[in-house]
Design a protein around this ligand. Sequence first.
Ligand code: TR5
Length: 129
Amino acid sequence: MSSEKEAALATVPNDSPTIFDKIIKKEIPSTVVYEDEKVLAFRDINPQAPTHILIIPKVKDGLTGLSKAEERHVEILGYLLYVAKVVAKQEGLEDGYRVVINDGPSGCQSVYHIHVHLLGGRQMNWPPG
Ligand code: TR5
């Protein structure tokens, strides 16, 4: 595990702004691969596969992680998965890919703004670590 991840995991999960808010506002550069009015998809800075993209809602609305989901979030949750499929196709991941949502300390979540990881371009293994 990277030291950055260890440090992030040591912080208490809360609803404060995260690094992803700065990425959404373009205050911090990222490699955007898809964007619309609802979501942003950009390359992970520490890729765990040849293709590693994060798909995030532009408005967090309390959705720090999947465990905080409420009925009002159903539409955006479905849309995040749909965009993962759109981006996977755009990235040429015809042979398959993996989508992951880490939740909470035991799920190894480090950024408390919900995000879907899209991983592909290599053979995935099961079980994951
Ligand atoms: O650990 P979880 O599931 O919460 O995923 C957070 C992801 O955000 C990790 O895979 C990190 O590598 C990724 N991350 C963290 C930063 C960052 C990023 N991806 C793109 N750009 C980033 N910037 C500019 N800064 C980060 N701290």
